[in-house]
Design a protein around this ligand. Structure first.
Ligand SMILES: [Fe+2]
Ligand SMILES: [Fe+2]
Length: 376
C-alpha cells in the first residue's frame, strides 16, 4: 500500500527524476549539458545526504542561454546581527557559516548582496568585524544598511566602511539599486535621548516612541534621478532593508512611503524588490513588483499576526533546541525574461525554491511545496 504521506525529500526526488526524464526525452540539453546538470545534482546529494534544488537551477540556466540577455546567479547573506566575538560569538559563527555556504557554490555567483543589520548595536568594532568577515567572500559583495547598523552614530561608522547607502550598478543588462529604507523622523532630540538610547529604541521595533521606517524625500529624489536614465524594458532589482511595502506597522515591518517608491518604479516591465529585516520567507506581489524577504543568519522572526501577504509560503515553526533552525542564506537566478527564481537555503531544513512564475501567476502555478508543521 502506498504511504499516505510523502516527505519533502521524497517529493524533491520525484520532481528531479521526472525533470531529468523529460529533458532527455525532449533533447533540450546536449548530452554534455545533461551530464553537467545531473552530475552537479548527484554531487550535492552525495555531499549533503539530501536533494536540493540546485540541480534544477542549473537546468534553468542551461535552458535559458541563447535567449538574449545572459542569465546569471547572485547570492545573499542578511541580518547577521553580530556583536563582537568577545561578547557573543554565536552570531559571528553563523555569519561565517553563511560565508562558507556561498564560497562553496560552484559555479560561484556573480556577486553577493548583504541585506543589512550587519551589527547588533551599531558599534564601530561590530561593523569592522562584519566588514572583515564579508571580505572573505570570494565573489564581490554589495552591502545594504539596516537600522542596527545606523542609529548609534547615524551612519558615521557604516559610511566610513561602505560608502553611500544609496547606490546603483548595472550587471548583464539588469539595473540594480541599493536604497536606504530605514530613515526615521527624529524622535530622539526632543526627548534628550543618548545615542545608545536612540539605538536601543529603534532596535526594539515594537515600541511606541519611534516613527516608521521610510526611504524619505531625499532618498526618493535620489531614486528618481537614478532611474531617469534607465529604459523601461530594463529589468530592475531593488535591494532594501525594510520590506518596501506595508506589512505590519506595530513591528516596523513597514515602509511608510512605500506607495511613493512604487510610483517611481511603476513604468518598468520587470521590478523585483529583495529585502532583509523580516528574517523569514516572505513573498508578495504588488502591481508590477515582486517582493522577496531574505532569511537571517541570526534568528527567525515570527510571522506577524495580521497583514501577511497571501502569496507567502510560511516556514515551519523554528525548533528552539536548534539555534540555526529557520535561519539561512540563499540565491537568486536572474532569468533571461527579467524575472527571478529564488532559493531559500534554510539551514537544518530542506531548501525551498520559489519560481518567478509562482508570483507572476498570483499563486496559480508552481506553488512551492507547503510546509507540513505548524507555522508561526
Ligand atoms: Fe534584522
Ligand atoms: Fe532590521
Amino acid at each position: 500500500m502506498a504511504p499516505r504521506y510523502k516527505s519533502i525529500e521524497t517529493k524533491h526526488h520525484e520532481e528531479r527524476e521526472s525533470l531529468f526524464r523529460d529533458l532527455q526525452r525532449l533533447g533540450r540539453l546536449s548530452r554534455r549539458g545533461f551530464m553537467r546538470v545531473a552530475g552537479a545534482a548527484a554531487g550535492i546529494v552525495a555531499a549533503k545526504g539530501l536533494v536540493t534544488p540546485h540541480g534544477f537551477q542549473l537546468v534553468e540556466l542551461a535552458q535559458a542561454q541563447g535567449a538574449g540577455r545572459a542569465p546569471f546567479t547572485f547570492a545573499y547573506i542578511s541580518d547577521t546581527h553580530m556583536y563582537t566575538r568577545n561578547v557573543n560569538d554565536r552570531f559571528v559563527r553563523s555569519a561565517l557559516k553563511a560565508v562558507d555556504d556561498v564560497n562553496a557554490l560552484d559555479p560561484q555567483p556573480d556577486f553577493v548582496i548583504f541585506g543589512g543589520d550587519l551589527a547588533q548595536t551599531g558599534r564601530r568594532d561590530e561593523l569592522e568585524q562584519g566588514a572583515q568577515i564579508l571580505k572573505t567572500l570570494k565573489a564581490p559583495v554589495h552591502v545594504q544598511v539596516g537600522e542596527h547598523d545606523w542609529f548609534l552614530d547615524m551612519g558615521e561608522a557604516w559610511r566610513s566602511l561602505f560608502g553611500n547607502p544609496n547606490y546603483s550598478f548595472d550587471h548583464k543588462g539588469v539595473h540594480f539599486v541599493t536604497i536606504m529604507s530605514v530613515e526615521e523622523p527624529d524622535f530622539w532630540t526632543a526627548r534628550g535621548m543618548t545615542a545608545e538610547e536612540r539605538m536601543a529604541t529603534v532596535a526594539g521595533l515594537d515600541n511606541a516612541l519611534q516613527g516608521r521606517f521610510e526611504v524619505g524625500a531625499e532618498g526618493r529624489e535620489w531614486l528618481r534621478n537614478d532611474l531617469a536614465r534607465v529604459d523601461s524594458r530594463t529589468p530592475i532589482v531593488v535591494f532594501s532593508h525594510s520590506p518596501l511595502y506595508k506589512y505590519y506597522r506595530a513591528w516596523n515591518f513597514w515602509t511608510e512611503d512605500a506607495d511613493k517608491v512604487h510610483a517611481l518604479l511603476g513604468r518598468f516591465e520587470h521590478v523585483t524588490v529583495i529585502h532583509g529585516h523580516t528574517h523569514q520567507m516572505l513573498l508578495n506581489r504588488n502591481g508590477n513588483i515582486d517582493f522577496y524577504g531574505m532569511l537571517s543568519t541570526a534568528w527567525p522572526w515570527p510571522y506577524a499576526p495580521t497583514g501577511l501577504p497571501k502569496l507567502s509560503v510560511q516556514m515551519n515553526r523554528a525548533d528552539p533546541f536548534n539555534a540555526f533552525d529557520a535561519c539561512g542564506d540563499g540565491q537568486f537566478d536572474m532569468l533571461t525574461s527579467g524575472a527571478i527564481d529564488k532559493l531559500y537555503n534554510l539551514w537544518n531544513r530542506d531548501p525551498v525554491t520559489v519560481r518567478a512564475n509562482y508570483l507572476a501567476s498570483k499563486g496559480a502555478k508552481d506553488r512551492p511545496l507547503a510546509t507540513t508543521l505548524t507555522s508561526y
